[in-house]
Design a protein around this ligand. Sequence first.
Ligand SMILES: Cc1cc2nc3c(=O)[nH]c(=O)nc-3n(C[C@H](O)[C@H](O)[C@H](O)COP(=O)(O)OP(=O)(O)OC[C@H]3O[C@@H](n4cnc5c(N)ncnc54)[C@H](O)[C@@H]3O)c2cc1C
Length: 378
Amino acid sequence: MAGNSFDLAVVGAGIVGLACALAAAKRGKRVVVLDRDAQANGASVRNFGFITVTGQARGEMWRRAQRTREIWAQVASEAGMTILHRGLVMTARRPESVVVLEAFTQTEMAHGCRLLDPADVARSHPELATPGLQAALWSPHELRVESREVIPRLAAWLAARHGVTFRWNTAVHAVETSKVLTSRGTIEAEAVAVCPGDDLTGLFADTIAGFGVTRCKLQMLRLADPGFRLTAGVMSDLGLVRYAGYAALPEAEELRLRLAREQAGQLANGVHLIVVQSADGSLVVGDSHHYAPTPDPFSQDAVDRLILDEFAAVFGRAPPPTLERWTGTYASAGERTVLLEAPLPGVRLAMVTTGAGASTGFALGEDVVAELFGELVA
Ligand SMILES: Cc1cc2nc3c(=O)[nH]c(=O)nc-3n(C[C@H](O)[C@H](O)[C@H](O)COP(=O)(O)OP(=O)(O)OC[C@H]3O[C@@H](n4cnc5c(N)ncnc54)[C@H](O)[C@@H]3O)c2cc1C
């Protein structure tokens, strides 16, 4: 094999690019991954590392989330990654939220989930001293990993275990059928997977623009160890009008109206609550959603306070001190959750266009590779 000739070239070393690399390498393909940065630095290392199944949009998205969770579990065990906790507690402080949860439990998406009453929650999740708690949905499916650690580890494992070649500090200027033009020379590859995250104006900019893709900025916080240990991720009422698996149910409308009266600031800033815990006990807490082609890079304290107010309402205590703040961005295309396009023969453009790439990326990678190299025959 010539040093610059591969079966698959992948542009982008975020979770979507790594997922394509894994799916192709498992088929014995010779894979190169190209990234302009020295290490992944985009959404994939800035997220919660919360792999969520329950609450993902019904249909294809939910299917991809289930498959992705399965692959994360396999990869974590093979690559020695720690799963920090499992499952989700979706807390409900309003009767309208309970109605949504009850309706959700009647759907196929509630497979394995259970409604808890406040006494159940007090027993199983004593850290949740939520004033006015009405109920909670327990989902066993979710996994939590430390993205800033596992994404570099995934790349290293792909190289060591699957022989994937990585070319870092290498910007891709153009992609043609069987050819990738980079800042460090030309790569030949039978197939190319372009996984550029939220780079909307580089490769195949016209194709991306045709889908009305913009960018979403999120504010994130790391809080000091609160002195308790979460055994699952925690979310709240605001998530029920944000995550399409619940929000698309007709029962969500009443809740939306009530939240508009009671938490207008949070809704206006796209704030909902996710709380997950790290190995050192610190909590990763977020987030907010602001949309623009070029979002500003600034964290607003007022937005952080809206997030922390929701934390206090759910945990029934003041939030611990903030240790770290950061923002992240991802590609967003309204109701469309994924872009999987063929701009040229032998080339696929793959983007998750909602905030769920950690939860759906591995399955998307399999879909990309199946399109490029054919379905696997069982
Ligand atoms: C704050 C935040 C929280 C989130 N929380 C969650 C969560 O808990 N669960 C969940 O499922 N999802 C979450 N998401 C969404 C998830 O992180 C993204 O959907 C996912 O990481 C997107 O992965 P990606 O590989 O497409 O993009 P990225 O991780 O952005 O990677 C794209 C890569 O492509 C490279 N690249 C682009 N163009 C070129 C080029 N021309 N040449 C070379 N390299 C190029 C970039 O350098 C980059 O490394 C969150 C996102 C954010 C920002």
